[in-house]
Design a protein around this ligand. Structure first.
Ligand code: TXA
Ligand code: MG
Length: 346
């Protein structure tokens, strides 16, 4: 792959400088790749109608070709540029949650680059709630295809510097507006099957959705064979093994101690990833990522914590499970994917 000089454009997160936005929008119109902040994580954008531009996303990330990409819009009327049909329930959900961390799966239009949908007859669409993202999409005048701006399989970026670590030399520009808000990706909701189904838990919870749907959405298939191809892959993992210990609180602590002893005996140098309240007494470095009672806070810091542990040279990460209420569901989904087949249930 040809190396390019990546342009770093610092922007004010609330009032992005028009010069920087225009430069970035021009890159998108010419088929180049631009990373930009959203309220969830940084995205890696390309013109959703341009086949070659979308192909560059897959190349830059090392993304499997059968994993489709979310299209980002800045105005609801732009949804009809990419979706063939907008059911009433979709409009109601857009009214309630957009701009915001909810991605809707709809039947797709033919004019969209087929690579965006990875061969599926559907398209994923969302309107991000971030002034920089909205300004960029409007200035480009295009629906913007954008997966998270990390190398495939790595934790999603929540800082401009995370994007630089993974993608410098591979993309035209980064709009760096500092830290993203939620830190965990959008909820993916399928509206093309019988009943609405969550394909990936995220920033909008099942309970939030029930307010508009009138009942809870289906949980959707999790793991292998899922309808969201991205959920089939090992994900969100730093370059070191992650072990997840989940279950009853007092049993978790004992199981973590036992696992740490085993890892140390095997010559590894494990670190613990846990809530602030549970950090003391493990005898190995513990990285905390928020309070046990604040799932939103844990979600905000999770990916940065995983990357920091890798940078500090941990030989293994032993993560404690968190309570699965509210946003805790999305946090646990990401921890389970990071841990893959290293999950200990107690
Ligand atoms: O918050 C987010 O959603 C971030 C920001 C940048 O918007 N984006 C993001 O994109 O997380 P990505 O590519 O990392 O994850 C998109 C997920 C994948 O699991 C993918 O398989 C699924 O959405 N997806 C995309 N298009 C789909 C489709 N047509 N049908 C089913 N799943 C789809
Ligand atoms: Mg991703």
């Amino acid at each position: 792959m040809v190396s390019v000089e990546t342009l770093h454009l610092k922007v004010d997160p609330l009032n992005p400088e028009p010069d920087a936005i225009d430069r970035a929008a021009e890159f998108l119109r010419r088929g180049a790749l631009v990373a930009f902040p959203t309220e969830t994580v940084y995205g890696l954008g390309a013109d959703a109608f341009d086949d070659q531009a979308v192909a560059r996303i897959f190349q830059a990330k090392g993304r499997p070709a059968d994993n489709p990409i979310i299209v980002h819009v800045a105005d609801t009327w732009d949804v009809s540029r990419v979706a063939a049909f907008i059911p009433e329930i979709a409009s109601a959900l857009m009214n309630a949650f957009w701009p915001g961390p909810l991605t809707l799966i709809l039947p797709r239009r033919e004019n969209l680059s087929p690579l965006v949908a990875a061969g599926l007859p559907t398209v994923a669409v969302r309107m991000p709630n971030h002034p920089v993202a909205l300004a960029l999409i409007r200035a480009a005048g295009l629906p913007v295809a954008a997966p998270s701006a990390n190398l495939s399989g790595r934790p999603s970026p929540t800082l401009g510097s995370h994007v630089a670590t993974d993608l410098d030399g591979r993309i035209a520009a980064v709009l760096d507006a500092g830290s993203t808000g939620m830190g965990i990706e959008s909820t993916v909701l399928d509206l093309t099957g019988g009943a609405p189904a969550i394909l990936r838990p995220g920033g909008v919870t099942a309970e939030d959705l029930a307010q508009v749907l009138g009942r809870l959405p289906l949980p959707g298939p999790v793991g292998a064979g899922g309808k969201s191809p991205g959920t089939r892959y090992r994900h969100y993992s730093p370059g070191i093994p992650v072990y997840l210990v989940e279950g009853e609180r007092d049993k978790v602590r004992r199981a973590v101690c036992k696992l740490l002893a085993e890892l140390i005996a095997a010559g590894r140098t494990p670190s613990v990833l846990c809530a602030t309240e549970h950090a003391s007494g493990y005898g190995v470095p513990a990285v905390t990522y928020g309070s046990w009672n604040d799932a939103a806070g844990l979600g905000r810091t999770l990916y940065a914590a995983l990357r920091a542990m890798e940078e500090r040279g941990a030989g293994a990460i032993v993560a404690e499970g968190v309570a699965e209420s509210g946003l805790g569901k999305a946090v646990m989904d990401r921890l389970r994917r990071a841990a893959h087949d290293h999950i200990i249930r107690v």
